[in-house]
Design a protein around this ligand. Structure first.
Ligand code: AMP
Length: 446
């Protein structure tokens, strides 16, 4: 199947060619025909599968056809609502890239910056508006935006919209949208609530599910470090100093935690930036740009800021703190291993986080292999963990802990022979009996 087979017009085919896309990804192959035919869609695909193009390409083509029929003043015809500023900017860049030969205009609006440039762009006329909910409602209430001509409405990261408490904003938006619009909901994970809600909002939607909700991003190798909270800084520094990864995204649960990690890395001359909701938009963009260009190799992020971030070649994700929402784990590790690339995701789990880990493993239906030997193995028995999971944690059997090294993703084969003493073991966390490790994790001893 080629993009041409999907019935796309030349200006779009040329733009896709310029992007270096040869064939549509599965979500694109399935969604584009549905969307071109004007039907509503509920799409579920894991991160990095090309879902942005899956919805933007058909919208561009439909808008192009509409514009050929009806000339006149540009009006906002397509609205894409997304939870974070960074994601909005990225989607805007995609629309610009895929629509570059069409003459269609898009603009991105989000909070945290002055509104002048945004209202100016709106004044000049746009066909596609990509927005975060708060600023969108704000500019609507000031009379800068009308949704009455919207033909295409996309809710991206739909599950997140519920999680982040955007649902009231979304309801307000829905009340302003014309009834005869085409609506698309896209999400990497599909919680039951979102499916139920979507079914109420979408009109006879087609569903495209590329991977079941439990699936952790394919190709991402995962490993788990049991480590005491106090030892996490040392473990992080050791890993960053010993592993030849080019770009590392480190997740913390809180903004404060992210800043703290930046400071502790600075003390050992590891340059990093933090990206979180308390940073100004300028600082967030700068941090992201420097990370994407390779100027800084380490980015410390909270979930809200990292949502949907697409950094090509990101080889390592470190969960410095385990997320308390299991789906978040899937999103985090999906930052690496995007678009056919492989990646590694390492998670630091302290005693208090073991219950989160249990939920994650249940969701992904996998037991994450444990790095049994490292310098900071947490010897706390499972019984002493707050949440008392059923199974016992295995110990290091008195062996002197030594730094371990993971095979990196620089083309060196990861599937090499495993040292007997460095075998991944089950995490010792109570799990569904059917849960089997799907992936082998290879550890190298130097
Ligand atoms: P997304 O899931 O939309 O965030 O896309 C993930 C990455 O895949 C982005 O870097 C896209 O540029 C890239 N991508 C999207 N569609 C294709 C395609 N058909 N072929 C190759 N790369 C693609």
């Amino acid at each position: 199947m080629t993009f041409k087979d999907l019935g796309l017009v030349e200006p779009i085919l040329d733009a896709l060619d310029a992007q270096g896309y040869t064939d549509p990804t599965p979500i694109q192959e399935q969604s584009i025909p549905i969307l071109l035919s004007g039907k509503d869609l509920l799409g579920c695909a894991q991160t990095g599968t090309g879902k942005t193009a899956a919805f933007s390409i058909p919208i561009i083509q439909n808008l192009l056809n509409d514009r050929r029929k009806v000339k006149g003043r540009r009006r906002v015809k397509a609205l894409i609502v997304t939870p974070t500023r960074e994601l909005a900017i990225q989607i805007g860049e995609s629309f610009t890239a895929y629509g570059k030969n069409t003459g269609l205009k898009n603009t991105v609006i989000f909070g945290g910056v002055k509104q002048g440039a945004q209202t100016k762009a709106l004044d000049e006329g746009v066909d596609v508006l990509i927005a975060t909910p708060g600023r969108l409602l704000d500019l609507m209430s000031q009379g800068f935006i009308s949704l009455r001509y919207i033909d295409y409405f996309v809710l991206d990261e739909a599950d997140r919209m519920l999680d982040m408490g955007f649902i009231h904003d979304i309801r307000k938006l829905l009340a302003k949208l014309p009834d005869n619009r085409q609506s698309l909901f896209f999400s990497a994970t599909m919680a039951k609530e979102i499916v139920d809600l979507s079914m109420k909002i979408l009109y006879k939607p087609e569903q495209v599910v590329i991977e079941p909700e439990q699936t952790t991003a394919e190709k991402v190798e995962q490993a788990l470090y049991f480590v005491a909270k106090k030892d996490k800084p040392k473990l992080l520094i050791e890993l960053l100093q010993t592993k030849p990864f080019e770009s590392v995204l480190v997740f913390t649960r809180t903004k404060y935690g992210a800043d703290k990690v930046v400071k502790l890395l600075k003390r050992v001359n590891i340059n990093s930036n933090a990206i979180h909701g308390n940073k100004t938009q300028g600082a967030r963009q700068r941090a992201l740009t420097e990370f994407k260009s390779g100027e800084t190799n380490v980015l410390i992020a909270t979930d809200i800021a990292a949502r949907g971030i697409d950094v090509s070649g990101l080889s390592l994700v470190i969960n410095y703190e385990i997320p308390n929402i299991p789906e978040t784990y899937v999103h985090r590790i999906g930052r690496t291993g995007r678009a056919m690339a492989s990646g590694v995701a390492l998670s630091f789990c302290d005693v208090d986080e073991r219950a989160y880990l249990r939920d994650i493993q249940k969701l992904i239906n996998q037991t994450i292999p444990v790095v049994e030997e490292h310098s900071y193995v947490d010897e706390t028995p499972m019984e002493e963990s707050k949440h008392k999971p059923k199974a016992k944690k295995q110990h290091n059997h008195g062996r002197k802990p030594r730094p371990n090294n993971l095979r990196n993703s620089r083309g060196e084969k990861r599937g090499g022979k495993k040292p007997a003493s460095a075998k991944p073991r089950k995490s010792g966390v109570s799990n569904d009996a059917s849960t089997k490790p799907k992936r082998k994790f290879t550890i190298r001893r130097d």
